[in-house]
Write a protein that binds this ligand. Structure first.
Ligand code: PMT
Length: 405
């Protein structure tokens, strides 16, 4: 049952900070719960945490090496605090001792966990665990107030019997509850009640029964945007060209092959959508007439006659009472100039321009976007596509509400 409730954890990178508290043993169970929900987990174990549970326990349960040292030359080369901060989709500290809460409130960077928390842009949550007097102390409460003001989430604590024999507030929540709250970190509700239609991946244009024209789009960017839209509460339909990716949770997927099939599938649904996001790399041309039998290699030269494909995005943008339209532009040069031209020529509301090449754009794990609309240019700095997609969805939601909401 908890697996269903935690669907949002699928494919998420959760960095679990474990600090010095008797509740550290419950963090072992938490690693299992997070992984059952589909998350990948890396554990940062503080010096205090190692007094209660060994790194080996977390290594075995997470399937990843455990991180402890801030200034460890080997670890820094492999995955130091900046790399860990960039890797994570969320940082959850469970148990969070009174000490780590105080240190986060001060913004310290003198151990690995504190440094990661300073270096990350993703949601950070603490699950406090401490003696009830320490919890009630004004210093702890002041520190927590400072964390809340910085939008650090707080899971718990619960009330009940404590390891020290006292009873009161300060018990860490159970692993199931923390996993459920962690999944909830990704539910922004920014697009609640809206219908989002997307295209993703490449299209394949048949030459003969075994050959086609296509491009290098993996579908990663589009699938990440679909997932982020679903997390934001939208009903999401993803019209996808051929990819090797799994459908994100709570996303309806319609598989197509060619640009013409994608055009038909999108236009049939576009008037029901509030927002249309075109991330697909649609082939601009297709062979005039695919050959019915496999072409034999008898001739020295072969010419393919191509014809222009319909422009899906421009056709959606031209609909009266159509959705808000968001295009993508992949460019190798003159990024903003070419993207602005597409925005105007296709009559779009917004365009997300990405520079392709040098490890970004097509096929890559990471991307960076310049989002252009009537309000100006919003730069979304280089990040894994899943994180970037969440920022893009936040920007689209903000724009939608201001313009049409
Ligand atoms: O899939 P990945 O490997 O993760 O790579 C992501 C990506 C680089 C493919 C993606 O981020 C991206 O930039 N997609 C748009 C690619 C592009 O250059 O499109 P375009 O310039 O050909 O078209 C501009 C816009 O019109 C796009 O939104 C496109 O989806 C749309 N279009 C184009 C042609 C056409 N016939 N129909 C369309 O809808």
């Amino acid at each position: 049952m908890h697996i269903l409730a935690n669907k949002n954890l699928a494919n998420k990178h959760i960095l679990l900070g474990v600090t010095g508290s008797i509740a550290a043993y419950k963090a072992a169970e938490l690693v299992r719960r997070l992984r059952e929900g589909g998350a990948e987990v890396r554990v940062v174990l503080s010096a205090g945490g190692t007094e209660f549970v060994t790194p080996l326990t977390f290594q075995a349960l997470s399937g990843n090496p455990v991180h402890s040292e801030l200034l460890d030359t080997e670890a820094e080369a492999a995955m130091g605090h900046i790399a860990l901060a960039r890797w994570a989709d969320a940082v959850v500290i469970a148990p969070a001792s009174a000490n780590v809460i105080a240190r986060l409130a001060q913004g310290r960077a003198d151990d690995l966990l504190a440094a990661v928390c300073l270096a990350t842009e993703v949601p950070v949550a603490v699950a406090p665990a401490m003696n009830q007097q320490m919890w009630a102390n004004a210093a702890t409460q002041d520190n927590l107030q400072r964390l809340r003001a910085r939008r650090i989430h707080q899971f718990g604590p619960a009330e009940g019997g404590q390891a020290c024999g006292e009873t009161g507030l300060g018990r860490m929540l159970e692993a199931d509850d923390i996993a459920r709250h962690t999944a909830g970190l990704f539910d922004t509700g920014a697009l609640a009640g809206l219908q989002v239609l997307l295209t993703a991946g490449p299209t394949q244009e048949a030459i003969d029964p075994v050959r086609y024209l296509s491009n290098r789009s993996s579908g990663r960017m589009g699938y990440a945007v679909a997932q982020a839209a679903a997390e934001a509460g939208a009903r999401v339909t993803l019209v996808s060209g051929p990819t090797a990716l799994a459908t994100p949770p709570r996303v309806e997927r319609i598989d197509v092959r060619s640009a013409e099939e994608m055009h038909t599938a999108v236009l049939a649904r576009a008037t029901d959508a509030d927002i249309f996001i075109a991330t697909a790399a649609v082939a601009d041309y297709r062979p005039v007439a695919p050959v019915q039998q496999k072409i034999k290699k008898t001739a020295d030269n072969l010419s393919l006659e191509l014809v222009r494909n319909p422009d899906i995005l421009a056709d959606v943008a031209a609909l009266t009472d159509g959705p808000l339209t968001v295009g993508f532009a992949a460019e190798t040069e003159n990024l903003l100039e070419y993207a602005r031209d597409k925005l105007a020529r296709k009559g779009l509301d917004m365009i997300a321009a990405n520079r392709v090449g040098n490890g970004l754009g097509f096929e890559a794990e990471e991307n960076a976007l310049s989002v252009i609309d009537a309000e100006g240019v919003t730069e979304l700095a280089q990040a894994p596509k899943t994180q970037l997609a969440r920022r893009l969805i936040a920007r689209i939601a903000e724009y939608f509400k201001r313009r049409l909401g």
